[in-house]
Design a binder for this molecule. Structure first.
Ligand code: B12
Length: 199
């Protein structure tokens, strides 16, 4: 089985982010790769530093993106879907706008995917996957996988990245966190002390 993971970054957002100091590697897709069984052949395209090759064939293309890149992500999805390739989408925007995202994907993931992504892979291999997978409770983080560092492609001048917490006890109106992680408070993270570190 062939899987393409795409970390989406449109030309517009790249132009904006160029001027920012913080541009470190997004770990989402290398982390998703670590949750994927080893019989899958995985490629990762990080649009921050490379381009998607639409001529290659895959069984599944999985995409992560933030709201400013949603239209760009939907265009990528359309190009793969017109070739009959199954497109999966997840991440902040999909979690916040699932009905919209569902129009552009074969399968969407709402919320965290530690449980639902392996479930989808299992279902896909059995040719009976659903169109929507929803995280219903904070995932068990005991024995959590490390991101697949071999799929990190950015020149990263930091020493590494660490997941320390998810969620937030505040509900600031300008911030998506408390809406994305409804049941997932800082306290919960503090209790389970979830860390994934690489150097
Ligand atoms: C680190 C970080 C960055 C880093 C690295 C990029 C990144 N996104 O990781 C930097 C600094 C570069 C960055 C940039 C930006 N960011 Co940012 N970032 C974060 C932060 C703090 C953590 C993200 C993270 O790594 N989480 C750990 C990973 C493993 O979790 P995850 O990505 O959520 O993935 C999990 C699930 O969502 C799901 N999932 C995600 N994608 C997919 C895809 C599939 C197919 C599947 C199955 C599952 C799945 O599975 C994962 C495991 O459970 C979040 C806030 C937060 N705490 O979530 C904001 C956040 C994601 N960023 C946000 C924003 C707005 C931006 C910018 C647009 C800011 C700007 N104006 O420039 C840019 C966009 C850059 C781009 N290229 O698109 C918003 C997104 C809101 C939204 N509506 O989309 C957030 C939520 C912050 C906020 N307070 O609102 N960001």
């Amino acid at each position: 089985m062939k899987l393409l993971l795409i970390t989406v970054s449109s030309e517009e957002i790249k132009a904006i982010r160029k001027a920012r100091v913080i541009g470190f590697q997004q770990c989402t897709m290398p982390y998703l790769a670590a949750l994927t069984p080893s019989n899958w052949d995985i490629e990762h395209v990080d649009e921050e530093v490379e381009k998607v090759d639409f001529h290659k064939a895959y069984d599944v293309v999985a995409i992560t993106f933030h709201t400013p890149c949603a239209n760009h992500a939907y265009n990528i999805a359309a190009r793969f879907r017109e070739k009959g390739i199954v497109v999966a989408m997840g991440g902040p925007h999909v979690t916040l706008m699932p009905q919209e995202a569902a129009k552009y994907a074969d399968v969407i993931f709402v919320g965290e995917s530690e449980v639902t992504w392996p479930q989808f892979i299992y279902d896909f291999e059995k040719k009976q996957y659903k169109s929507k997978y929803v995280c219903t409770s904070p995932p068990e983080l005991e024995g959590i996988h490390m991101s697949r560092k071999d799929l990190f492609h950015r020149k990263d001048y930091s020493n590494g990245i660490m997941f320390a917490t998810r969620g937030c006890p505040n509900k600031c109106e300008f911030c998506a966190i408390s809406i994305m992680y409804k049941k997932n408070t800082f306290l919960w993270h503090f209790c389970t002390s979830w860390c994934s570190v690489w150097f």
